[in-house]
Design a protein around this ligand. Sequence first.
Ligand code: AMP
Length: 487
Amino acid sequence: MNFSDLALAEPLARAIADKGYTTPSPIQQAAIPPALAGHDVLGLAQTGTGKTAAFALPMLHRLAADPKHRLKLHTRALVLAPTRELASQIAASFQAYGRYMKLSVAVVFGGVPIGRQERALAPGVDVLVATPGRLIDLVMKGACDLGRVEMLVLDECDQMLDLGFIHDLKRITGLLPKQRQSMLFSATLAPAIEQLAERYLKNPVKVAVQPAATTVEKVVQSVVHVSQPEKLALLANLLEGEDVASSIVFTRTKHGADRVVRQLAAHGLVAEAIHGNRSQPQRTRALDGFRAGTLKILVATDIAARGLDIPAVSHVFNYELPNVPEQYVHRIGRTARAGRAGIAIALCAPDERPYLKDIEKTIRMALTQAPLPPNFRDLVGKTAKLIKSSPAAAEPPREERDYNRGGRPGRDPRAVVHADGRREAGPRRDGGGPPRSAEGRPQGRPGGPHAQGRPQGRPQGRPGGGFGGQRTGGQRDGGGRRSPAGR
Ligand code: AMP
């Protein structure tokens, strides 16, 4: 099959040719024909499979086939996505595919001033891409009306549930006309997703591409066993390798990511962190630099593991192994995208071995064990000296850390203090981690997609000390339970 077989509107065919696409990807071949015919679609596919075009092209075709005047505050097509980055990326795809159509595309998400978004929605738009929390805020302000939405997409639905957006989704879908086309995309078909599909889709055509665990076969994966305090020396050595063109280093915690950035700086390696505590301009700047190739190393928490389409990543380093094995698959999915080969190296400390076992079970293969470099002792000594003598590698004063979070020194203004005195980490409406308890543990949703089969009895501390701190304690990515304070 090629794109001409899909008989897409001429402006779309031209835009696809501009992008250099020749054949539709498997998810596109499966989803586009029923979506063009107006059917609801349930798509099982993760980012990297071409799923954005799988829903964007038929939506644009249907908009082109039935041109209408824009109505103030209204939108004809609504796409909901879990994170700011994914929403921006989807909007950019609509703009690229719709470049020869007279199309108005808006994207709205939290963490940035709302006024400009209100102004963008005022005249009405054809396509609105939104994160759920901010969309509700805009609806409540009367800045947008969802009463004439003809097409709805729920993208990365499993992550939306993970992030606790279920109530927002319910509210939003309650505002939509019953008569509409709906498409739901998710990487997994957990029972919670099936329930959503039952509620929001009418006789959907089910399309699926390879499950997450097998889409990463093109990634050359290995693991190096190394103690926690010696990881930085190994990471710096690996990053200095000749074939490392651009890489993402994954950590489990936000402070951990910042610390890696500082310690790499002591090595003369420039890196930027992307995680939930960084402001939107900081995140955008880091991603733009990374996409443009001016920044070679991105240090990320799992918020960056999903949804982001960064085509040229040569290496993924799992500096800390994820405690949810599916997250490993998402992380390494950042490399080997769109047919490219990629390399993923995991740095595994002794207390992370149970995680490694779970990962190997999930991907149904054992990772190749790579040895430490021959002169590793010297490298460790050199790193220790560099870090000791570098002011940049030192822990920043508390005040500076708090200002980085956009707050006043000494306390997180977004924190929620309960009547009984419990304190929760500050909320972030969109793109944060799953809801957390005051102890920093993920909350509830035992039926959530990633809750299933999650191993129990994981190691509770990091006896290796050094980098990373405690696993618990609310340091992981995610802004805590959302509340009105986060609006
Ligand atoms: P997505 O899964 O939507 O994030 O897409 C992953 C990447 O594949 C993006 O960089 C798209 O531009 C690219 N892509 C999507 N469809 C095609 C296609 N049919 N041929 C080549 N590349 C594609």
